[in-house]
Design a protein around this ligand. Sequence first.
Ligand code: HEM
Length: 142
Amino acid sequence: MHNLYTSVLVVHILAAVLGLGSITSAGIVATTARRTQQVAMASIWLFPLLRYATFSLVTMLTTGVLLDFVASGAFSAAWWFRGSVLLLLATGILNGVMRRTIGAAPAHGEGEAPVLRRVERLAYGMCALLGAITILMETKPF
Ligand code: HEM
């Protein structure tokens, strides 16, 4: 049981370290694309980054719930755990909104900059949510 718990925790942390950075990268790509006015470049990079982000978010949620299950429900009554689940779901929703926003962006023309600004805000909003979850994970304040 202890080995299983440690293995799931390692996957959880690996998914955080190797996976969630793609959300910061999406913000940087959107900022660069807006400044250089290259919405086509943004579409090429943002879709794979956000697909990877979706996979990482699902892995975080699955391994988090699995950790609770392996620990016989030791965490699910705690508010840091419940809050993390809610914040992660909110991050997933923003991820979906961002994918739709990019999908609806005009390839060329006047509408590019506002779309990319929106994408940037969504990406950095997701980073803020991930920051809040990380604080909850490490401090477990309640
Ligand atoms: C941004 C997303 C997340 C990050 C960066 C993150 C990060 C971490 C880290 C670094 C740890 C090790 C903490 C320690 O040993 O002190 C951890 C543990 C844990 N995480 Fe997450 N986590 C995230 C999301 C979630 C979610 C959504 C859940 C719930 C479904 C969850 C459930 C847990 C559990 C149960 C533990 C074990 C706590 C313990 O051993 O005391 N995590 N997480």
